[in-house]
Design a protein around this ligand. Structure first.
Ligand code: MLT
Length: 268
């Protein structure tokens, strides 16, 4: 396993780089790190140059000061990261949830770096007012109390009931990742997500192939919402993943990896 520490300007990002071939960039969700993609990294390093960073403030990447971590900031970090790794061909950009919010900004600002999008359990719409205010309240609470209180509630929302019952190891691992995350980064990303723009009207301009993946039991970004979103891209397909909630790549890696193989005509 190769973990590199890459300077993207004011911080160093920790990034797992494996394999060789066309580049596949795996962008994790909130409040997690690159290890949520372990099953994809294992399957795809034979066929791809797999690049799985920890976003600024998360995992082993350097932490940040208080404030807001915008989706734009994350997107620009990833563009610099690719330059630093000397990746000079467009990547398959695969993002989950917050990773998808970052994909919209990456498309707006660095579209020549994208050959294809894989969007897992995410949405293009901005937050409703009630959700936005909930994020601000949660950010304040995290700064005052730490992240521990978040974990149980998040676990319930991220994973399907069947995963929580049958695959306690992956649930425990992700809960541990959350517990280790800095309250400052969690609060800053909550502000960043609250203030992200509605990208729904932009989807018709995304002219690369798009795979939309959704866990059948996702309670955060529902299959109905994601299927409606998929219909707005010029070239897209929608894939419902059985036995999975919001963390589909982790909960049913076989089915998600099959979608990735369809997307690339490569067999893992
Ligand atoms: C995620 O999985 O990244 C989060 O659920 C995103 C969000 O809170 O909107």
């Amino acid at each position: 396993m190769t973990i590199e520490s890459v300077d993207v300007g004011d911080v160093k990002l920790s990034v797992r780089v494996e394999g060789s071939g066309a580049p596949l960039l795996l962008v994790h969700g909130f409040p997690l790190d690159h290890t949520m993609w372990n099953q994809q990294i294992r399957a795809w390093k034979e066929s791809f140059l797999v690049i799985a960073p920890d976003l600024r403030g998360f995992g082993r990447s350097q932490t940040i000061g208080k404030g807001r971590l915008s989706m734009t900031r994350f997107a620009d970090d990833l563009a610099v990261l690719l330059d630093q790794l000397k990746v000079d061909v467009p990547v398959v950009f695969c993002g989950l949830s917050m990773g998808g919010y970052i994909a919209w900004e990456f498309w707006q600002r660095h579209r020549r770096k994208i050959s294809e999008l894989v969007l897992c359990d995410t949405r293009a719409a901005a937050d409703a007012d009630v959700v936005r205010h909930g994020r601000y309240e949660m950010a304040n609470r995290v700064l005052n109390e730490g992240v521990a209180f978040l974990v149980d509630g998040m676990v319930e929302k991220l994973f399907a009931e069947s995963t929580r019952r049958q695959c306690s190891d992956i649930v425990t691992k992700m809960a541990d990742v959350m517990r280790r995350t800095s309250p400052i980064a969690v609060a800053a990303a909550l502000h960043g997500m609250a203030e992200r723009l509605d990208m729904t009207d932009q989807l018709r301009n995304i002219d690369v192939p798009v795979r939309v993946i959704c866990g059948a039991e996702d309670v955060l970004t529902s299959p109905a919402e994601m299927q409606a979103m998929a219909s707005l891209f010029p070239i897209a397909s929608f894939h419902l993943i059985p036995d999975a909630g919001h963390m589909a790549p982790l909960e049913n890696p076989t089915a998600v990896n099959r979608v990735l193989s369809e997307s690339t005509n490569t067999t893992p």
